[in-house]
Ligand binder design. Sequence first.
Ligand SMILES: [Zn+2]
Length: 105
Amino acid sequence: MAIKRPSKSLGTPVRKSVTSPGLRHVDVSVPHQMVPGELYVGWLCKRKSCGLVIAISPPPAAGKPGLTESGDQLAAIKCPHCGDEDLYRWSARGEHKYAPGGLAT
Ligand SMILES: [Zn+2]
């Protein structure tokens, strides 16, 4: 059974992006899903004025048996906080505390 791909389902035009074939696709959590003070696995935004945690969304429970940890892949990730898109190394991810507004401690 062939799956028809809708030709014009996306309302947003594809603009110049750093995304290219071979990059890992990573879903990130949206800010309203995140709790200040909680630890999240992901990266810190590369934008100095932002620097908030970009949290990796937990993978769906079923479907993909074990994400393949295949080395040092790059992922093009758009920061859910400031909207800046940049490349992040998959192996560089770590646990970071979500501290919006520059909360101390
Ligand atoms: Zn950011």
